[in-house]
Write a protein that binds this ligand. Structure first.
Ligand code: FAD
Length: 451
């Protein structure tokens, strides 16, 4: 009975990082009855104007939606504050466009949501729960996984604060301090990779009547081979435009003349939308940010500490899955808490064992998708493959789910999405081979009979 009592114990959980994933995890744990303290380095996002350097809006898809649904926020987020994007709208260099639907069969879509808004409603929801406390301007400086102690620095007074927790959850992003502490553990594996490309955010404002300047229900892409620009719609009818390009190319554009020449050559149709003056201001007003991918494992230490979200697996943003994967972490974790009746040691161990393959898979997928978005979409071979995939998906919806659809519109584990694609590649390769042999044999007999 003692054991049962321990297993049912309400935990004192310290979540480090009140970003998207940390604030969602606080809701999940509080709803299970645990006492949650959420520590965030920055000020309350609800009091601060937009911080530069992190994307302003994000693509929310099924995995993220499922998690929001679990905590009762899906409807608010999707129906009232999400802008559906049903297709990619490709902009050619000459300014002409064409649409590539994500899911022609059932017309599913992804949603453009504001990062600040999403983070704000997650934090606001936590205020409705008595067992969540929020500490802003608290920066974790040190943690100890033996006794569960954490040392924070209060950013306003520079005082130091020491607290204790039964469980420490590191949701403190790609440069996680909790993870740095974990690196001291034996058997902890870690790798990080910066890509040569950085990103810079620009903006297409609303038109003079306050409406959208481009058709809103699309993710607009200007694929240009080695670089690309994308645009996602915002609630106020503006667009957040992101230019992804090698750092060395950013550096070469060092004068207003060069910037305008570059845009005239590659993104001609966007100049009147952004406005020349605003383009110059925004481009030289910011500097490109770096993109990093992090892989590590295991994600836990005994029954004391766990990494989730970007802290566990930061990915490059090209599949629009970073936040979705982080939200899925919270769902997976909640299912394990249910399965093991809140026995933390078992929950953490299984989370580590079950999750790394999926995290590694989505990381690799995201790296691959950059090449697809900036380059392959332009190629006839890519479009042929997409048509074949879409046709087979229409014909055999339960058997042939194309890669993008399995990642974005299904909750199939990421690792299985990749294996599914490998299986499809094999089937197609064998089919082409068989067809080739068949044609060869026909031709052979045809020539013999008429020789
Ligand atoms: P973060 O959002 O980084 O939050 C971590 C929090 O921890 C921060 O608030 C930080 O202040 C706090 N913190 C850090 N250190 C400390 C400390 N020492 N003490 C206390 N607090 C600390 N994902 C998608 O799903 N779809 C998209 O379309 C998409 N687009 C993206 C576009 C770009 C350009 C980028 C860069 C990313 C994009 N992502 C997208 C990925 C997404 O932004 C991340 O996966 C997501 O923000 C991860 O959430 P998180 O809470 O784990 O980390």
């Amino acid at each position: 009975s003692n054991q049962l009592g321990d297993a049912k114990k309400k935990l004192n959980v310290a979540i480090v990082g009140g970003g998207l994933v940390g604030s969602l995890e606080a809701l999940y744990l509080a709803k299970r009855g645990h006492r949650v303290s959420l520590y965030e380095y920055r000020d309350d996002i609800r009091n601060t104007p937009l911080a530069r350097g992190r994307s302003i809006n994000l693509a929310l898809s099924i995995r993220g939606r499922r998690a929001l649904k679990d905590v009762g926020l899906e409807d608010l987020m999707i129906n009232q504050h999400g802008i559906p994007m049903r297709a990619r709208m490709i902009h050619r260099p000459d300014g002409t466009t064409y649409a590539m639907p994500y899911d022609p069969r059932t017309n599913q879509c992804i949603y453009s949501v504001g990062r600040n808004y999403l983070n704000s409603i997650l934090l606001k929801e936590s205020e409705n729960l008595d067992n969540v406390e929020r500490y802003f301007n608290h920066k974790l400086v040190k943690s100890n996984f033996k006794d569960g102690s954490l040392t924070f620095m209060k950013m306003d007074t520079k005082e130091s604060l020491q607290v204790n927790a039964d469980l420490i959850i590191g949701a403190d992003g790609a440069f996680s301090t909790v993870r740095k502490e974990m690196m001291k553990q034996p058997l902890f594996n870690f790798s990080q990779q910066y890509i040569e490309h950085g990103y810079l955010e620009l903006c297409i404002p609303a038109d003079k009547d306050g409406g959208f300047q481009m058709p809103p229900n699309y993710l607009h892409i200007w694929p240009r081979g080695n670089f690309m620009m994308i645009a996602l719609p915002n609630q106020d009818c503006s667009w957040t435009v992101t230019l992804f390009m090698p750092f060395k190319n950013f550096k070469e554009i060092n004068s207003e003349g060069k910037l305008l020449d570059f845009f005239k050559k590659y993104f001609q149709d966007s100049i009147p939308l952004i406005g020349e003056k605003k383009l110059i201001e925004d481009f030289f007003g910011g500097s490109p940010s770096a993109l990093v991918a992090v892989k590590c494992r295991p994600y836990h230490v005994c029954d004391k500490a766990l990494l989730i979200g970007d802290a566990a697996h930061a990915v490059v943003p090209f599949y629009g899955q970073g936040m979705n994967a982080g939200f899925e972490d919270c769902t997976v974790l909640d299912n394990l808490f249910q399965k093991y009746d809140d026995d933390v040691a078992s929950v953490l161990e299984e989370f580590s064992n079950a999750r790394w393959r999926d995290a590694f898979a989505v990381s690799d997928l995201a790296m691959y998708n950059y090449i697809e978005m900036r380059d392959l979409v332009n190629r006839p071979s890519y479009r042929l493959r997409k048509s074949v995939d879409d046709f087979l998906y229409w014909l055999l919806p339960d058997i042939w789910v194309p890669l993008y659809n399995s990642v974005t519109f299904s909750t199939m584990p990421y690792d299985q999405c990749v294996r599914n694609r490998q299986w499809q590649n094999k089937v197609l390769a064998i089919s082409i081979l068989c067809l080739g042999m068949f044609l060869f044999i026909i031709l052979f007999y045809y020539r013999r009979s008429y020789a």
